[in-house]
Design a protein around this ligand. Structure first.
Ligand code: KG4
Ligand code: ZN
Length: 330
């Protein structure tokens, strides 16, 4: 058994975790920067980088103390090396490099998307490769075929906004603040999903793409019209998003050999209505459905440590001069 220290700092969560190759999360910390960014209605990159620089080192010390472990007890350091806001990524990656050097242990540079992609295997030891992955977060919206560690085939991606971004922008239009996804989901519970006629961009298209910009614009028009209750707009938006997801999944999965399981990951996977719809979609196709627990869906370091554990298990590591990458497709 090996113990991996994971560091995540690519967006607005500073996170540290200790995870073993046997799937135990020994200790973890997540510090959200929501309060720092809320006045601006979105993540401000420099504020994010500064907050990571302040919070990360004490959080690493806390996690090590809670686990009662010293650097010598760690087998490898896994740090997010991208994609994300470059200032924050550099804070985490350079901290990881310094620790790897001090402890004389391997550094594993993790693609944040790979962290999300492999996170379901941390929670569910029975989940084997290959599987279809719907990765839906604030920055990404993709369908991937996951064949193994480091073996990803992109089946679909967005041509404009990510789904989490569409949730956040629509929530902002409805005055729900930042980050809007969870607040919009809550408001939708008391709304009528059929009340507002909203478009389903690309519905029926044979091209395996997502598009959400038009849906967001329609939310602006619905709100400006004054004809609809906010809860009805929220519920109708969420239903339109679900319809798009299922349609795009149908097209994408039709382009590949049948896969035994459908997995959802990323922040938007915390949405219960979306999970329920995906579960129905999978069961109608005899696919197994799995979603990580909510805490593993939004950004966290346990998924980074776990991706490190998967790579460490196959003998991989990275040189100390590995670059931070603001853009890094899987
Ligand atoms: O994975 P994540 O924490 O960060 C990125 O890598 O982007 O995802 C954050 C995104 C935000 O857009 C947030 O609004 C969305 O996930 N989100 C949700 C829910 N919880 C978080 N969207 C819809 N419903 C939710 N319950
Ligand atoms: Zn993420």
């Amino acid at each position: 058994m090996a113990t991996i220290l994971g560091i995540e700092s690519s967006c607005d969560e500073t996170a540290v975790a200790l995870v073993t190759t046997e799937r135990a999360i020994i200790a973890q910390r997540i510090a959200s920067q929501i309060e720092e960014h809320a006045p601006y209605g979105g993540v401000v990159p420099e504020i994010a980088a500064r907050a990571h620089a302040e919070k990360l080192a004490p959080m690493i010390a806390d996690v090590m103390a809670e686990a009662d472990l010293g650097l010598a007890d760690i087998d490898a350091i896994a740090a997010t090396a991208g994609p994300g806001l470059i200032g924050g990524v550099m804070v985490g990656l350079v901290s990881g490099k310094a620790l790897a050097m001090a402890a004389d242990k391997p550094l594993i540079a993790i693609n944040h998307l790979e962290g999300h992609a492999l996170s379901p295997r941390l929670a569910d030891e029975t989940l084997q490769f290959p599987y279809a992955l719907l990765l839906v977060s604030g920055g990404h919206c993709q369908i991937l075929q996951v064949d193994g560690v480091g073996q990803y085939r992109r089946l679909a991606t967005t041509i404009d906004d990510a789904l989490g971004e569409a949730f956040d922008k629509s929530a902002k239009i409805l005055g729900l603040g930042y980050p809007g996804g969870p607040a919009l989901e809550k408001l939708a519970l008391s709304g009528d999903a059929k009340a507002v006629p909203l478009p389903r961009p690309l519905l029926g298209s044979k091209e395996p793409h997502f598009s959400f910009a038009g849906l967001k614009s329609a939310v602006v028009r619905a709100k400006d019209s004054g004809n609809y209750a906010d809860a009805d707009i929220a519920a109708s938006f969420q239903q339109a998003a679900i319809d798009c997801l299922l349609d795009r999944l149908t097209v994408s999965l039709g382009n590949t050999a049948p896969l035994p399981a459908l997995v959802v990951a990323g922040g938007v996977a915390a949405n219960t209505a979306i999970r329920t719809a995906l579960e129905g979609f999978a069961s109608a196709r005899d696919m197994r459905f799995t979603a990580p627990p909510m805490a593993l869906c939004t950004d966290n370091a346990a998924m980074i440590a776990w991706a490190g554990a998967e790579r460490f298990g196959s003998g991989q590591s990275d040189p100390l001069d590995v670059s931070a990458r603001p853009r890094w497709p899987l």
